[in-house]
Design a protein around this ligand. Structure first.
Ligand SMILES: [Zn+2]
Length: 140
């Protein structure tokens, strides 16, 4: 996913709200074994939360893509401007449409267990200038 729009904020000022309350893993970059084969390193943060928990935008955003994928399940991509994108996976419900503008803290989808997962959680990915980065860098 490559897009670059005018920044809503300078990168140095970026501080994100956590999109759902819950226990956060710090597993970014860990290589996972799936069916005995090594897969790509984990490229985000997993936040445990019950199915149906509202997911809120961590920054002002525009919804740029919505999909349903074998591994990621229900997925939404947000564009925060300045080359900063975030992705949300395994969603049970999507409450937005491509092109919607979101305010910080505005709910736009719900936690679920769609795709290849063992239980409900939010997989949260952050992409900066086309590179997946650790979401933990942007939150307290
Ligand atoms: Zn994950």
């Amino acid at each position: 996913m490559a897009t670059f729009s005018e920044p809503f904020a300078r990168a140095a000022d970026l501080h994100m709200r956590v999109p759902v309350p819950g226990r956060r893993s710090s597993s970014f970059g860990l290589r996972r074994i799936f069916n005995g084969q090594s897969r790509n390193p984990h490229s985000g943060m997993d936040i445990a939360a019950p199915t149906g928990t509202a997911v809120t935008s961590p920054l002002p955003a525009r919804v740029i893509d919505i999909g349903d994928y074998f591994f990621n399940g229900g997925t939404v991509w947000l564009d925060h401007g300045g080359g900063l994108l975030t992705m949300y996976c395994h969603l049970s419900q999507v409450d937005c449409q491509v092109g919607d503008e979101l305010k910080t803290g505005q709910a736009f989808c719900k936690v679920g267990a769609t795709g290849r997962v063992t239980g409900p959680h939010l997989h949260w990915g952050v992409m900066l200038n086309r590179t997946m980065v650790d979401p933990a860098l942007f939150i307290d």
